[in-house]
Ligand binder design. Structure first.
Ligand code: T1G
Length: 702
């Protein structure tokens, strides 16, 4: 029989004495984030437990997770007292033993609280980690000082620099926790607490431990790796410094330095950008007009039409996530080739240590190939990934309409074609939707979910949920040429071409924008994708060969069979053996002759102009997309750009970037380009003018 006092309530926690043990349960849904109320509740529970003469204080959380970190939405606002480092210090210095029981996600400040406790336990399956670096910050309440004291400098460095979580079992092995728990969290934790009391367990202060001497090259190697990554964030290097400090300084000194660095990182623009994206990605998952009341359709069986590069990658996404997939091809040769590529991709993932062999084999077995489209009549979701032609797609959708069961979702992976027209080939346009994956589809995170005029809300809801299950970051967009991402990319690529004609070289354009942070330059991207793609796209749009300044050079390159990397010649030359890219004098001369042809006097163009022209082109087109309602919110456009187009995460996306430099500044620069180029494209969009006139910091003014 246990003797329990009545439970009392402390703001965001409950408190109860059971058999002389003080038990406090935090309750702050959805993720038990450390709000000011949670901090006050923890201090109140500790004070009360000491006053009550409890033999031990046990801390755990209600709901489906332990504390998953500080409340990020409080950052940037004045912080209420007590602050977390004070709470952490009070727990470590408590006069009675404190035991923390974790479950779900024990992250960031949550794990820092646990590390200040004297005993730690976790349900098996718990994920423990310090992911702050993903938000451009570092653990700010002793994490960089206590983790190395518990698990050693090397493991601490890996965990904090990568921000990856470890399992409860790994945490036990590493010395981060003392016990794994099973079954009911509260009961299992209570029985561990009773054991500790019976064994007269005393307070143990992590801060008093010292860090075992790490390998001498550990920190130098970490710094060298960091240097190579070209990251512009402050946090990674500071993390290395702080863990090194933990090996030779007192906890007080280490924590003081950590706090200073934390405050600096939190205020940095890099962290503001990453926090913007954290919420933007979660908001994008909730398309406007698709409420919680709409039930999704049930998806078990998936079919993919087309076993080419895109179809194969898409089939892998579903198979890896556990779906049974039927892959359809016209000929058995193409099917076997496609299946071979898929198997090879799984093997690569195994060789690189990304996937376990058995998991890859199981996934591959979930894919069944067929050349008979009639075999997919029971599919709940069909993703068409055939040749980008309206004729081909119309034909496929008419067939799907004839064979698929009622209620099946019919998705097309088109990049540019009109999904309203594709839907009109069926008698069920409400079930037709765009699922625009990015190449390589099994790796790239972005999925544009394209809503046609008639797509049913539950189809969107279902695809958004399926996207999350297959590890994608979905954004709902409307129908227009190129949807959000490619439509903006065209304007960006056009500026790159115009800059060449006005005076720049391919390497100058690419280097300027890469130094700014883009993963690749636009002309290297064009070479990689193949210059023939743009060539055919221009012909499909009825643009005659060489008829515009922005496309006369690439058109001529294609006519000369310089198709890009695949022919070892495009905007650049490529070494036949090593594949190394180099600026090709032949192309530079060709560009100059095209400047002449268009009567343009070449001039020296600054890197600043290159960057502004390219990025503000994205901003203008993004704003037009917003005005037209093709994207629900400007943050959705940022999510598209950072996850699909190599836009630097630490700059938050093109729209956030415009807000960061100030909308008035962006407008002025756009007006300068309008005057300088006399190009209608630079006509400032009304929404930007209005936002700037109102002095608004954001584009969300409607
Ligand atoms: N602060 C505020 N809101 C948060 C939040 C946080 N830390 N984490 C999640 N949310 C919201 C999220 O916006 C969403 O809201 C809902 O919770 C569910 O999240 C001092 C300074 C815990 C693994 O970085 O990784 O501690 O959209 O959709 O897929 O040193 O959320 O429903 O309105 O993501 O089940 C460190 C961040 C903070 C963890 C759950 N901690 N969170 O994933 O749900 S910094 C983190 C996550 C810190 C200390 C430092 C994930 C999750 P809404 P969700 P999920």
């Amino acid at each position: 029989m246990s003797a329990a006092n009545p439970s009392i309530s402390l703001e965001s926690a409950s408190y109860q004495i059971i058999d002389g043990i003080a038990v406090t349960a935090i309750n702050n849904p959805p993720i038990n984030a450390i709000s000011a109320a949670v901090r006050r509740s923890l201090l109140a529970a500790l004070k009360k437990a000491e006053e009550d003469g409890a033999s031990l204080l046990m801390i755990y959380c209600e709901g489906n997770t332990y504390i998953a970190g500080a409340d990020i939405s409080e950052f940037g606002k004045p912080q209420d007292f007590p602050q977390l480092p004070d709470v952490v210090a009070a727990i470590e210095n408590a006069t009675i033993p404190v035991m923390v029981a974790m479950h779900g996600n024990a992250l960031g400040g949550g794990l820092e609280i646990a590390m200040a406790g004297h005993y730690r336990s976790a349900l098996s399956g718990t994920k423990l980690g310090l992911p702050e670096v993903k938000l451009g910050i570092l653990p700010g309440s002793g994490g960089t000082q206590r983790l190395p004291r518990l698990v050693g400098a090397e493991k601490a460095l890996a965990m904090i620099l990568e921000g990856k979580s470890i399992s409860g079992e790994e945490a036990l092995q590493a010395g981060l926790i003392d016990r794994t728990l099973d079954g009911d969290l509260r009961e299992s934790a209570l029985s561990y607490a009773r054991e500790l009391v019976q064994a007269n367990a005393s307070t143990r202060r992590t801060g008093q431990l010292s860090v075992e001497n790490p390998a001498p090259e550990l920190f130098a190697a970490a710094r060298a790796k960091q240097e190579k990554s070209r990251s512009q964030l402050l946090a990674p290097n500071y993390i290395i410094d702080l863990i090194e400090a933990a090996t030779c300084s007192s906890i007080e000194l280490g924590q003081k330095l950590e706090r200073e660095r934390f405050v600096e990182c939190r205020a940095s623009s890099g962290s503001q950008s990453l926090r913007h994206l954290f919420f933007a990605e979660r908001t994008a998952a909730k398309p406007k007009g698709i409420g919680n009341d709409i039930p999704p359709r049930s998806i078990d069986r998936v079919a993919v039409i087309g076993a080419g590069t895109m179809g194969g990658g898409i089939a892998m996404c579903f198979a890896t996530a556990g779906y049974a997939v039927t892959l359809v091809e016209l000929s058995s040769d193409n099917l076997q080739r496609g299946l071979g590529v898929i198997q090879g991709n799984y093997q690569k993932a195994v060789d690189r240590g990304i996937t376990q062999k058995t998991i890859a084999e199981e996934a591959f077995r979930r894919i069944t190939g067929t050349t008979d489209i009639g075999n997919i009549s029971d599919a709940d979701l069909v993703v068409e990934a055939t040749f980008e032609s309206m004729d081909v797609k119309s034909d496929v959708f008419a067939k799907l309409d004839a064979i698929c069961k009622p209620g099946a979702i019919l998705a097309t992976n088109t990049s540019y074609l009109d999904i309203n027209e594709i839907a009109s080939m069926t008698s069920r346009p409400q079930d037709v939707v765009g699922a625009h994956f990015f190449s390589p589809a099994h790796i790239m995170k972005l999925l544009e979910v394209v809503r046609s005029d008639k797509t049913a809300p539950d189809v969107i809801k279902t695809l958004m949920q399926v996207a999350k299950r297959i590890g994608k970051i979905p954004v709902t967009v409307g129908v227009c040429y190129g949807f959000v991402g490619n439509r903006m990319l065209q304007k960006y690529a056009r500026q790159a071409q115009l800059l060449l004609i006005e005076g720049a070289t391919p390497a100058q354009v690419d280097n300027a924008i890469k130094s700014w942070g883009m993963a690749m330059g636009p002309l290297s991207v064009a070479d990689l994708a193949g210059l023939d793609i743009g060539y055919f796209s221009r012909r499909n749009q009825g643009i005659e060969v060489g008829s515009q300044p922005e496309c006369s050079v690439p058109d001529e390159l294609v006519d000369e069979k310089r198709l890009g990397r695949k022919t070892l010649a495009g905007f650049y030359g490529y070494d036949a053996v090593s594949g190394t890219q180099f600026e090709d004098d032949y192309v530079v001369e060709k560009i100059k002759s095209h400047s002449n042809r268009w009567g343009i006097t070449r001039r020296a163009i600054s890197d600043e102009e290159i960057v502004d022209r390219l990025i503000l082109a994205l901003v203008i087109e993004g704003i037009k997309i917003l005005e037209e309602g093709v994207a629900d919110r400007s943050s959705d456009i940022d999510v598209v750009y950072v996850n699909g187009y190599g836009f630097p995460r630490w700059r938050g996306g093109p729209m956030f970037y415009a807000e960061t430099i100030g909308l008035e500044t962006a407008l002025q620069r756009i007006r300068q380009f309008q005057q300088q180029t006399l190009d209608d494209f630079w006509e400032p969009p009304t929404l930007l003018i209005k936002a700037a006139e109102q002095g608004s910091a954001t584009l969300a003014i409607r």
